[in-house]
Design a protein around this ligand. Structure first.
Ligand SMILES: NC(=O)c1ccc[n+]([C@@H]2O[C@H](COP(=O)([O-])OP(=O)(O)OC[C@H]3O[C@@H](n4cnc5c(N)ncnc54)[C@H](O)[C@@H]3O)[C@@H](O)[C@H]2O)c1
Length: 324
């Protein structure tokens, strides 16, 4: 049986990944600083190391017995990263340096990296592919791109030394939903948890700008279900374990977009709310539309959209209902 170290496995996506790996018959260790994650999200069957990637002893302990690493730990807020650039670089760049050094020492050579649509900035193509130019526009997007560069350079270093290092980067688009009431997105900034928390507190949801060049004038984003994302990680781990060919980068996007108005209306419907969203001014730096082509991931990582938008939202609403 193989064991995977999931960094950030007490977070929203990481806990889903950890659970999916366990469900696939693998053993899991989680390392998490609990800065935004929750201890209770970590599956019971996982070994848990509480600690930061910046703490080498903790990382070395967490790597014991690991076949590979799924690296999700990080600071994930593109907008906030502009106000906290050094914090973002420390958590996402220095954290990854520390992890890669500890992996080198422990001779762990397989890694699946959590990257982001943020590496593309504001693409001027209808559908982003893995070949679309990377022009990040926030410290967050940059930190993810630097993370990828470090992976490619570690691969080159290993090859120069006659060894091997097998990295793969998954660029997620907008991850929503929940596979279990136990684990949910607790982010104060992502649209679904933010609107749900606002409704629970009696606030009217706001749409930031309705004069974009999109079908209904509001931003279009590519929403994907967290369980589909988790299963793509399991497929990536499987390919790395078996030595099957694997690309360096995959977009985890659906190929279709939904507008902010559609998402907010789906949330209002799922919560039986009769409020109408307010329209506020545009937020600086919000691209009109980002939609990704997921063909490569569908070919190699069993990437499928197993849920409709309404099902994704319903699962998020029901998980939010479990909040304590
Ligand atoms: N949520 C999305 O839509 C989305 C989209 C693209 C990429 N991502 C990336 O996916 C990853 C997981 O995102 P999420 O939505 O689950 O966020 P999250 O905040 O729920 O999870 C991140 C986890 O990492 C932990 N962590 C942060 N810094 C750490 C450190 N230095 N050492 C150890 N643990 C640390 C946090 O405590 C948390 O449990 C992040 O890297 C994020 O950038 C998320």
């Amino acid at each position: 049986m193989t064991r995977w170290l999931v960094t950030g496995g007490a977070g929203y996506i990481g806990a889903h990944v950890a659970q999916a790996l366990i469900d696939s018959g693998r053993e899991v260790t989680v390392i998490d600083s609990l800065s935004s994650g929750r201890r209770e999200f970590v599956p019971e069957a996982a070994r848990f190391v509480e600690g930061s990637l910046l703490d080498r002893d903790a990382v070395t302990r967490a790597l014991e017995g690991a076949t590979g690493v799924i690296h999700l730990a990080g600071y994930k807020y593109a907008g906030e990263s502009v106000r906290h650039p050094l914090h973002t670089y420390t958590q996402n760049v220095t954290g990854t340096v520390e992890l890669l050094e500890a992996m080198r020492e422990a001779e762990v050579t397989e890694i699946v990296f959590s990257s982001s649509a943020g590496v593309y900035g504001t693409p001027d193509v209808a559908q982003v592919t893995e070949a679309t130019a990377t022009t990040p526009e926030s410290p967050y997007g940059e930190s993810k791109l630097i993370g990828e560069w470090m992976l490619w350079n570690e691969r080159r270093r290993a090859e120069l030394e006659g060894g091997s290092f097998s990295p793969v980067s998954l660029r997620y688009f907008n991850v929503i939903g929940s596979a279990t009431g136990r684990i949910r997105d607790t982010s104060p900034h992502n649209v679904v948890p933010k609107v749900l928390a606002g409704l629970a507190a009696g606030r009217t949801p706001t749409i930031f700008g309705d004069d974009y060049a999109t079908p209904d004038g509001t931003n279009v984003r590519d929403y994907v279900h967290v369980q589909d994302v988790a299963l793509a990680h399991v497929a990536a781990a499987e390919r790395l374990e078996s030595g099957q060919p694997i690309e360096s980068v995959y977009n985890l996007g659906s190929g279709a977009g939904s507008s902010t108005r559609e998402i907010i209306e789906a949330i209002l419907k799922a919560t039986d709310s009769d409020q109408a969203p307010e329209v506020g001014p545009r937020r600086p730096g919000d691209p009109a539309s980002i939609v990704a082509d997921g063909t490569l991931a569908a070919r190699d990582l069993d990437w499928q959209m197993r849920y409709s938008i309404d099902e994704m939202i319903a699962s998020a609403v029901s998980a939010a209902g479990e909040r304590d």
